[in-house]
Design a protein around this ligand. Sequence first.
Ligand code: NAD
Length: 515
Amino acid sequence: MMTLACLDTLGINTLKDGDTYYSVLTGNTKLMGQGSTFSAQSPIDGVTLSTFNNATPAQLEKVNAELKDAFKVLRTIPAPRRGELVRRIGDEARKYKNELAQVISLEAGKIVPEALGEVQEWIDVCDFAVGQSRMLHGLSIVSERPGHRMMEQWQPLGPVAVITAFNFPMAVWAWNAMLGLVCGDPILLKPSEKAPLCALAMYQIAQNVLADMPDIPKAAVSVMIGDRELGEAIASNTTFPLVSATGSTTMGREVAKTVAGRLGRSLLELGGNNAMIVSDTADLELALRAIVFSAAGTAGQRCTTLRRLITHESIVDGLVERLAKSYGSLPVGNPLIEGNLVGPLIDEGSFNRMQTALDTAKKQGGDIICGGERVTENVPAGGFYVRPAIVRIAHDAPIVHEETFAPILYVLTYRSFDEAIEIQNEVPQGLSSAVFTESMREAEMFMSPAGSDCGIANVNIGTSGAEIGGAFGGEKETGGGRESGSDAWRNYMRRTTNTVNYGGDLPLAQGIVFE
Ligand code: NAD
């Protein structure tokens, strides 16, 4: 059924010995993992796509030595030359865009247009990072002392570890790695155990380029494939001044504690519980399209998926009726087949968590308007396909405050706009939010200091599908990190403040006399 030719075209199949893929790859070194064996299945039909042995914490030490050596070289290469590396990686990704998207579809179950969109994010962030490689600017600061001047410089930070989630197996690495490389940092990727072939594909693309750039150490793009134990070892290892981790809030809490325990930096991109306020003034045609894409797209498995629809009570009944109609005609099925819009959940565990959440919602007074059931007709056997669900429920039902990583849309109501904002902000997560309104006052209020408390606050567009040019991330339990555009590059550098005395005296700061 599935086309695995993309693995050959991308050269991924050269990265194995027999049936087992290498788990430790640094450009110079290719090693089998020394830990237990695991395999990754396609969510499309449950078929095993790859087998690995977990890379172990002991193997991390060897890789770290290579990363430290690579850093010594990379930090002295002019940033625009590092930008050239990223430019060529972007070109290589362009060349293999279709094949890369196929690997995403096979491992993460995304429909092809969304998988292509994810590769496009990688390509776009390359372009962004290339420009940034000539703009790693610091400030020039006036000194309070005569004959002195001050300035800030941004310097490479060191090897950066990137731990990723299954649902954006390429984009998250790209946001971090493309900027980290122009900033002069070697990047070690530890991908989700559910999407290891995506990691090998990205590694291979980068190594194709590095083969033609002998001045740049190959270990600048390294990968270790392993489970949570490897993630924990990375978090505790002082080789990494920065650990960028994307995934659940549970994972983030652990990584944050471990990294803080050694006074390192972490950049956390964790769970969301994203809401859209639909005002009684909203353009409902626009809102409807945005709701369906944000809530049901990617089968509800985006960190920015719309999970709470906060609707003015005067329009809720009509809106729910129209939504239910739209949901009823959503094509659910094999994501590789053109026309299908909702692919599978990642695995059985995810399906079970969705069912448990729906049962809990019922017990907490929720009314399931539509969806939630497993789809078994006209879909590949072995995959977990569901109809996206709509549930009317009270805003303060405890289940509404949790992130269930599946397509469940809770419909809540409000009377006053102040109440809508309170409902929007009452959950522990703070990633993405949106308002649909034609009222300038409501729109401005939503984006004001008294408005949405999320990292992303949109007006008249949905909660998902951010552009790479902005800083991406969220507050509260979402972890506070910002990646991709704007000034997120600063995460990957250290700031030095330089004071230079070009005079003949030695005046002390604050006018202190010490003689
Ligand atoms: P997950 O937390 O199960 O795993 C994510 C990664 O963390 C994996 O590589 C895993 O091996 C690793 N890991 C797990 N425990 C660890 C530990 N204690 N120490 C170090 N590493 C550890 O998440 P998932 O199921 O792959 O992804 C779904 C979650 O990710 C959702 O909560 C979603 O909202 C979130 N997510 C957030 C963003 C964002 O940008 N905010 C983006 C994508 C996904």
